[in-house]
Design a binder for this molecule. Structure first.
Ligand SMILES: C[S@@+](CC[C@H](N)C(=O)[O-])C[C@H]1O[C@@H](n2cnc3c(N)ncnc32)[C@H](O)[C@@H]1O
Length: 222
């Protein structure tokens, strides 16, 4: 009997069930396709937002929420040379993958296990928060946005992308990839969630209508 592979299989099953991750989605998340998408689409759009605002974001405190397999760590580190860099995910498996990547590339990032609805970090710590397609897994996504706002400094920036309820319905119908219904949002609901959490949307871009990119500023003044 191969205990090691049984353990891996059980670990993967528990992991997917607990974190609302479908088998196909998890495969995509840890694949080179995701690495390519993150570097050549998602981060590129965010960088174009930053460029159009003439902001210099080098040497700041950065947080990445829901870092997954850690494909954002190297490009974010190399692009922004952060003073302090933290990244977390609710899944132990993803935290381990991210930490291993950072170690291999010798990138000084503090990777930890955490939940966006209750971020175990002090208020007003970060200049920039990155979130790459995480909140459509989170039933309390509105509370997650409020927590992100709490850990951001006044006038700090949030760079977030998400998929909306229309694309989630499509995944459900045609690929049988399910997400929690309470984490479905339309763009109007998402904009309202950002506003209620204390953000002002500075830039917005929709890729194929259903993948939305947002640059937001924390409206808090102190
Ligand atoms: C679609 S994946 C995206 C991963 C990564 N951001 C990327 O783009 O490669 C969603 C990630 O969100 C994480 N996640 C789900 N719920 C979370 C929560 N409440 N707090 C933090 N991370 C969460 C999952 O474990 C998963 O790694």
């Amino acid at each position: 009997m191969n205990f090691e592979s049984n353990f891996d299989e059980d670990f993967n099953k528990i992991h997917r069930k607990r974190f609302n991750l479908h088998y196909i989605e998890e495969k995509l998340m840890v694949s080179p396709i995701k690495k390519f998408m993150l570097s050549f689409l998602e981060l590129k759009v965010f960088k174009s937002f930053i460029k159009s605002c003439n902001s210099n974001l080098t040497g700041k405190n950065i947080l990445e929420v829901g870092c997954g397999a850690g494909y954002g760590i190297e490009p974010i580190y190399r692009s922004f040379k952060p003073k302090e860099y933290f990244a977390f995910d609710i899944s132990l498996k993803m935290v381990l993958l991210s930490a291993a990547k950072a170690k291999k590339k010798k990138i000084p990032v503090n990777v930890f296990l955490g939940d966006v609805k209750e971020i175990k970090l002090p208020s007003k710590k970060f200049d920039i928060v990155f979130v790459f397609t995480v909140l459509h897994h989170v039933e309390g996504w509105r509370d997650g946005l409020k927590e992100i706002n709490r850990v951001l400094k006044p006038k700090g920036l949030l760079l977030i992308n998400e998929i909306n309820s229309r694309s989630l319905s499509w995944f459900e119908r045609y690929l049988k990839v399910f997400h929690p219904k309470k984490a479905y949002f339309t763009w109007d609901e998402f904009n309202q969630g950002l506003n209620n959490a204390g953000f002002l949307i500075l830039k917005e871009y929709k890729f194929l209508k259903d993948l939305g990119f947002f640059l937001c500023v924390n409206r808090r003044k102190n």
